[in-house]
Design a protein around this ligand. Sequence first.
Ligand code: ADP
Ligand code: MG
Length: 722
Amino acid sequence: MKKTGRVLASEREYSIIKEKDIPVSSYFGEDTFNHKAMKEKLSKDVFKKINSIIEDNGKLDIETANIVAHAIKEWAIEKGATHFAHWFQPMTGITAEKHDAFIEPIGNGEVIERFTGKQLVQGEPDASSFPSGGIRATFEARGYTAWDMTSPVFIRRNGIATTLCIPTAFISYTGEALDKKTPLLRSISAINRSAVNMLKILGNKNVKKVYTTLGPEQEYFLIDMDYFFKRQDLLLSGRAVLGAPPAKGQELEDQYFGAIKERIQSFMHDAEEELFKLGIPAKTRHNEVAPSQFELAPVFEEANIAVDHNQLVMETLKSVARNHRLTALLAEKPFAGINGSGKHLNWSLSDNEGNNLLNPGETPHDNIQFLVILIATLRAVHRHSDILRASVASAGNDHRLGANEAPPAIISAFLGEQLTKILDDIEKGIVTKATDNAIIDLGISSLPAVSKDNTDRNRTSPFAFTGNKFEFRAVGSSQSISFSATILNTIVAESLDELAEMIKSRGGDIKQAVFDVIKSEISSIKPIIFNGNNYSEEWHKEAEKRGLPNHRNTVESLPSLVTEKALALFEKYRVLSRVELKSRYHIRLERYIKDLDIEIKSMENMVSTQVIPAALQYQKSIAESIASAVQVAGDSPDLSTQMAYLKKISSLIGKLMSAMADIEKEYEKTGNIEDELKKAGHYCNSLKEKMAGVRDMSDSLELLIEDDLWPIPKFWEMLFIS
Ligand code: ADP
Ligand code: MG
């Protein structure tokens, strides 16, 4: 790229003022209307009432809503808020908000600040511009937002603007979910019902509630903002559609867990401070495998909160990066040839006392409970791996899954040697009687001691048991974790119910019945268990033999959302009606087409307006240089190699131009394809290949053309200058 840009980026001084020098514990959550704020601002009675409504999923009466709204308004104004916004998660995968000022005219040109219970509880954003996947056309309905009381209200600061944000669900007037939160909340209820029922069968009479816990590990890239603004592909699509790999990639392995550069650490410090104020427990930060790649992992939380928090983490990384003149890239694979970014979604279940149900326990009872939850989860993933795979299907994630850096598109579960042996022993009948001693002899109690090191060795598995939770590693870095969590909750709820039925129908001694059911289930779920290298060729063959689906890309995967099996399951658990699930399918397919469309157009634009002009300029300067050599010295110097070099450049330019003509011709066909799935297939199978053809020629030219003429920031600049 032209020198000016490079100098700018490397020589700028960054002076970031540290705002706080006080312990995190003293301000953690200060920008949320949390327990502490509620206690301060509400009377004892109202505080008790609102908490019991939240706990029991009760209905909020309008008087209480008015009192709470008033208190929230007072609190928010003290924090500097001028506006309030219902904050929701439409099916775009990002969040949306519509701001309203608190002011209300009272005559004489004066205003007061007002915020009513109704404004707190319900809003009516103009829903028509959000994707509905056909729902609105079917029901002619507008949308409304409804306060999700289980996720705390918070303050959002953006430059000098301060806004009160109210987490809400987004629903059509006929009750269809138009967002990612509503199905998640429904799935949380579903797994609660099924898991509580199961624990009661297992003899746990005290359990009141079971909830999902989630810990999403967020990966991202950071590059200098100057470079970002000079690349329309990154700006518009999030992915560099052109660019030759740098001379140095990640082969020296000097980045992973390496010392964090000062500028980056300042950024992280700032971002974490924002997250702490929002009550988000950002715990771990480190360099990732690729140059300029990083990770942030929070302490796990209840599913609904964890989903909201992950959205805020993504938004905060982006906004704080701007203050440091950096850009946070959340796309799954911004740089071809360099490791992509994922989001390991750690998933488990907890009872109302905070006991992790996937924690191998000490007593025979704990052991049985652990086995049942484990088997139910494996069974669910075995039966519905296609749906789980579809939850992470996107154009961006297609570049990552199966690329020998992320799990393959084949979903299997890793259990580790120890646990696999325990299941084997049960299956083989080494233990047949479910006596306390026999159960203890299985060795489950000793699992925690060994699990830590044997689980961390396999990073290639898409769904790994890591000691006391499962880690779903196929989620893409830019994706909302909501859909994957919704699906996990729902499929596990189904398996818990079906296992419960089997146990009940056996009758007799309950412990023995449970044990017999586990034993009989192990053999049928075995194909999903794989402890080996998921990247290997042999595994792909073996997986096929085992009958595991291998949906290699989004177009192959998405139809799994609308099979009769999927539609019936989500309908039965009232997580998504048939119409709602079909709408998700359409939206995702449409999104896939749009994502690729943007990539293709920005590629064409960059090649036409940047790459070809630079190449022609370079060709001209070589031609002129040869011509002037001839002019000065006649035929005497041997110019044949220079002529050959000129020909090489000219030929690459010619090939690039024909590759462009090729893609244009192929692109024209998209207009004639009516069927959405077929259209997506055309992008996937034909246009992507044509893109590769264009890129190949453009990247070859990049490696030859005079550096000062090349108008686009190069990978080595973006990844190594910071
Ligand atoms: P790693 O997977 O890198 O070894 P850890 O196991 O410490 O790291 O944790 C990774 C993530 O898993 C963290 O975000 C953590 O909060 C989360 N996690 C830990 N326990 C649970 C749980 N019971 N439920 C959900 N997530 C969990
Ligand atoms: Mg992990």
